[in-house]
Design a protein around this ligand. Structure first.
Ligand code: LLP
Length: 418
């Protein structure tokens, strides 16, 4: 079910027309649907039934504090990768005892902040990091609850930039090193082994890579148990894909059931944590943009819009496909094939190639599936101000982030003295 639908030829978010949002808040602008976020989160939650679980929403996918707050109200946990993300979670009312902290390069001060806030698990990605966690915990006089993020060397069959669980990736501890790392951790005075974690990649559209990784993780759990090292939580990461372009990823039920079946088949009845980002947020938002000009060369038509690669980086960085649709459907205008390009002075500033559209200057377009890894990756290249973010809730709209202003753009910069 989509919360972005046409009504009488006009695209709506829930009960609000997107053209009215563009008029009120300007473009470019990200628009989210509250019900979309909630529905996705609840689908995962319900799929677990009464199996003990924690949904640790991956903050990196969309970290607006209004989004985090909505999910916290549902009882969500969070997967964080920086002190900044933990501060956002706390500001949004999230419960640190449901937070897992991933990332390959956590600094000492970030670890100290996380330990002081008693997060559920520091997901350690190297033996060197284990030593650092022990040292920071000792200094603070606390015990760090940890998991190792293992790297099962499974191909998630997704874009190479978002594949994280293969041996050539920088992420996680290899399976060969993991056993010894657990044995070492179990001997450390300020470390308590809590779980095992695994995240193999993102935008995964079938269950088999997840099942393959789970199999490897469960074998490790059993090996550790035989050594007297008890794992209390399986953190199976994020990665469930969404429909950008007609993909048919597993449903929440299929995804969760494959995990539960996998652990039952091994006789391992452990609580499960997952770290979904894109599944919850990806199709919960769109980006609105306005056509500034059209331009027609001998071999190309361009729709030049007011949003660029600084606002939505995914097409330029990953050759990612986002549907681009008119906010007001037209029946009369001529359809032509356009490259939808932005204002940034880079040839890569393209939102979509070869799109069949009937557009003219002044028209509004919606770039779909822009709720995940979109605003969070926006930047100020070409001294462009980052867009506004708006949350639709039924028939009301809430500005959840103002468009940046010029003072904010140069805040922190100073001139040299005379
Ligand atoms: N857990 C860990 C440790 C992760 O590294 C990630 C994503 C997630 C969970 C959430 O994965 P998800 O459920 O969203 O697939 N910027 C890229 C995606 C990068 C993903 C990085 N890690 C994109 O726009 O496609």
């Amino acid at each position: 079910m989509s919360f972005f639908e046409y009504r009488h030829g006009e695209l709506f978010a829930e009960q609000v027309s997107l053209s009215s949002i563009a008029e009120q808040y300007g473009t470019p602008c990200f628009v989210y649907s509250r019900r979309a976020f909630e529905t996705k989160w609840q689908a995962l939650d319900e799929a677990f039934g009464d199996h003990p679980h924690t949904i640790c929403y991956a903050v990196k996918a969309n970290s607006n504090i209004a989004v985090l707050n909505l999910l916290a109200r549902l009882g969500s946990g969070f997967d964080i990768v920086s002190e900044g993300e933990l501060r956002r979670v706390l500001k949004a009312g999230g419960d640190p005892s449901k937070v897992v902290f991933s990332g390959v390069a956590k600094s000492k001060s970030e670890l100290a902040f996380a330990l002081s806030n008693k997060v559920r698990s520091i997901n350690i990605e190297s033996v060197a990091e284990l030593e650092r966690v022990q040292e920071v915990a000792q200094t603070l006089g606390v015990t760090a609850s940890i998991a190792f993020r293992v790297n099962p060397d499974v191909d998630p069959e997704t874009h190479p930039y978002i594949s994280t669980g293969m041996d050539k990736a920088k992420f996680g501890v290899t399976m060969e090193a993991a056993f010894d790392a657990y044995v070492r951790a179990a001997q450390m005075p300020n470390i308590e082994v809590h779980g095992i974690a695994c995240h193999i990649g993102s935008q995964i559209t079938k269950t088999s890579p997840f099942s393959d990784a789970l199999e490897i993780v469960l074998n490790m759990v059993k090996r550790l148990a035989a050594e007297g090292i008890e794992i209390k939580q399986l953190d199976l990461g994020g990665g469930l894909g969404i429909d950008y372009q007609g993909e048919t990823p597993p449903s929440a039920n299929e995804y969760v059931q494959s995990m539960i079946n996998g652990i039952k088949a091994h006789g391992v009845d452990l609580p499960i944590a997952i770290e979904p980002g894109r599944y919850i947020s990806g199709n919960s938002g769109v980006m609105l943009t306005k056509v500034e000009f059209t331009k027609h060369n001998a071999s190309k038509n361009f729709a030049i819009v007011d949003a660029g690669m600084n606002d939505l980086l995914r097409p330029a960085l990953y050759q990612a496909f986002h549907k681009i649709v008119p906010i007001n459907e037209k029946t009369t205008a001529d359809t032509a094939t356009y490259d939808v390009v932005g204002p940034v002075c880079e040839s890569a500033c393209v939102l979509g190639y070869d799109r069949d559209l009937a557009v003219e200057a002044g028209d509004l377009l919606a770039v779909m599936s822009a709720g995940a890894y979109s605003f969070v990756m926006a930047n100020n290249y070409n001294s462009r101000r980052r867009p506004a973010e708006v949350m639709v809730d039924g028939d009301s709209t809430h500005l959840i982030r103002q468009r940046e202003n010029f003072e904010q753009l140069v805040a922190g910069e100073t001139l040299l003295p005379e």
